[in-house]
Write a protein that binds this ligand. Structure first.
Ligand code: TYD
Length: 206
């Protein structure tokens, strides 16, 4: 029987989701919490992450997608599922919606195909809640600054498509995906996160 929870954090680079994940983990200190991320959970994931973010020759869009999905399959099997089954609250920095937003909407890979391939990677696991940190592209790019990794170097046009993609995902799945205004202060955003997570905790039986 399922006992834990799986909460994912999504948004463009520089949206502040990683800070919010840390703050939520502290807020949930009385629970058993596992903090993790995609790409790049420990082990194989770290090796895939290294290729995805630092490989300096061209990577084809389809190859890029498969690498993210390979990382996800490994992460679900080795990290997420065991933790949820053990009753933990798993806080995951990026997951499926990143692939749909970045490789689907951003790179232009057919959305249907991306979703079908992703189904193989997640093998039935779905987030109980997804927090989407929405912010305008100029602000998020300014936060990222000049030291960009391979993905962050994709340009403003790409990130506009990613943002629109995320908003469309949220519109299609309003029950699961909650949009958070990431232009507010860190404290205000944290309060919004807590309200949403408390709602979830009331329906979950941890
Ligand atoms: P990371 O340094 O983890 O960025 P952030 O702190 O913004 O999460 O790098 C992950 C990068 O990979 C980020 O640019 C988003 C991208 N990405 C995809 O394009 N597709 C995916 O499926 C995932 C998980 C991430």
């Amino acid at each position: 029987m399922e006992r834990g929870l799986f909460i994912t954090f999504e948004g463009a680079d520089g949206c502040g989701k990683t800070t919010q994940l840390e703050l939520l983990a502290q807020y949930l200190k009385d629970y058993e919490v596992l903090k993790t991320r995609e790409p790049g959970a420990k082990g194989l994931g770290e090796k895939i992450r290294e290729i995805l973010l630092n490989y300096d020759a061209q990577v084809s869009d389809r190859a890029e997608s498969f690498l993210f999905l390979a990382d996800r399959a490994q992460h679900i099997d080795m990290v997420v599922n065991p933790a949820v089954q053990a009753g933990k609250i798993v806080l995951c920095d990026r997951h499926t919606d990143s692939t749909v937003a970045y490789q689907g909407y951003g790179r232009g890979i057919d959305l249907d195909r991306i979703r079908k391939l992703n189904d193989i990677a997640v093998n039935g696991r779905k987030p109980d809640l997804t927090l989407l940190f929405d912010i305008d592209v100029e602000t998020s790019m300014a936060r990222v600054g000049n030291h960009k990794d391979r993905m962050e170097s994709a340009g403003i046009n790409f990130f506009n498509k990613v943002r629109q993609g995320y908003l469309e995902i949220a519109k299609n799945e309003p029950q699961r995906v909650k949009i958070i205004d990431a232009s507010k202060s860190i404290e205000e955003i944290h309060k919004n996160v807590v309200i949403l997570v408390e709602e979830l905790l009331q329906t979950a039986h941890l």
